[in-house]
Design a binder for this molecule. Structure first.
Ligand SMILES: C[S@@+](CC[C@H](N)C(=O)[O-])C[C@H]1O[C@@H](n2cnc3c(N)ncnc32)[C@H](O)[C@@H]1O
Length: 282
């Protein structure tokens, strides 16, 4: 599709001017699908009428940007990946941390949506540390661009459909159930620091909350798929810089590292996208 003269181009340029939304970074068919979807759902008529409305409505511009942020997630999404985290990655990373004389494990959930992924990790880490009677500090940073998803995450109230993959013992230990909601308990909530961070930010390679990055474990799952190749490289550069040597990076099942980074990470499990950062990129 030739975007140049289309109304979609005008809509996207408007979002760039008013909301600083960096639309060039995202895959165009996804953006157009989401615009059409919003017009249809809200009965805004044609894209041309919608563009007229948008020009006088700042709130709608914000809503449209939020509409591009696809927050679909679930606790223990892709359950095999979480089995690998539990059985292999956590024991190896914590042994490595202790052997290096460090007393803290640093984790980043990049593109955390409504917090399901970060809380799932917090559950597994808590379980492992208790089982092994370990007294190490654990810092879990969870970031997203979408401020409303982050508010939801901090509140920690989920529907049945979000917790379908959560084992009964975890539901009992870490959630309170009221009517049809599952609410994260305060102990678990306090283990995750949520903050806003744009993965396209050119001035930093890690969220400012974490101060210096240096993560042992990074999850950036089902995020890269929305971006064009050039911007996938930009985001990957951040993930690479902010991961410690021998640290672990986990991508979504449909994602792989961009070509340029192929020799900098080694895949450690054949059936899920888990990678160890190599020494000297060889
Ligand atoms: C499908 S969710 C992934 C959630 C979780 N990681 C998972 O795999 O279930 C994709 C997330 O990427 C976030 N996202 C999109 N663009 C972003 C950007 N520029 N910076 C940070 N997060 C972004 C969206 O807001 C959304 O919450």
């Amino acid at each position: 599709m030739n975007l140049q003269n289309s109304v979609y181009n005008k809509i996207l340029l408007h979002l760039k001017a008013k909301e600083s939304f960096d639309f060039e970074a995202y895959k165009l068919p996804m953006l157009i699908r989401r615009i059409d979807n919003r017009i249809l759902r809200m009965h805004f008529g044609t894209p041309e009428l919608y563009y007229t409305l948008l020009q006088n409505n700042q709130e709608e511009a914000k809503e449209l940007v939020n509409n591009f942020m696809i927050n679909v997630s679930q606790f223990f999404r892709d359950s095999y990946t979480f089995e690998v985290i539990k059985k292999r990655i956590l024991p190896e990373l914590i042994t490595q941390t202790i052997a290096a004389g460090r007393n803290s494990l640093r984790v980043w959930s990049a593109g955390c949506a409504r917090g399901e992924e970060a809380y799932s990790l917090a559950i597994l880490i808590d379980e492992y540390c208790k089982k092994e009677k370990l007294e190490i500090d654990v810092d879990i940073f969870a970031t997203d661009y979408d401020s409303s998803a982050l508010e939801f995450a901090k509140k920690g109230e989920y529907d049945q459909s979000s917790v379908e993959e959560v084992k009964l013992k975890y539901l009992k230990q870490f959630f309170k159930q009221t009517n049809d909601k599952y609410i994260i308990n305060t102990v678990l909530k306090n283990k995750v620091h949520f903050s806003q961070y744009n993965l396209l930010d050119q001035n930093s390679y890690a969220p400012s909350d974490s101060i210096y990055g240096e993560f042992d474990l990074i999850l950036c799952r089902n995020v890269l798929i929305y971006f064009n190749e050039e911007y996938q490289n930009l985001i990957f550069e951040k993930l690479y810089k902010s991961c410690i040597m021998d640290g672990i990076l986990i991508l979504g099942d449909a994602e792989i590292p961009p070509k340029h980074f192929g020799n900098k990470f080694q895949q450690i499990d054949d059936f899920c996208k888990t990678y160890r950062k190599k020494h000297n990129g060889h």
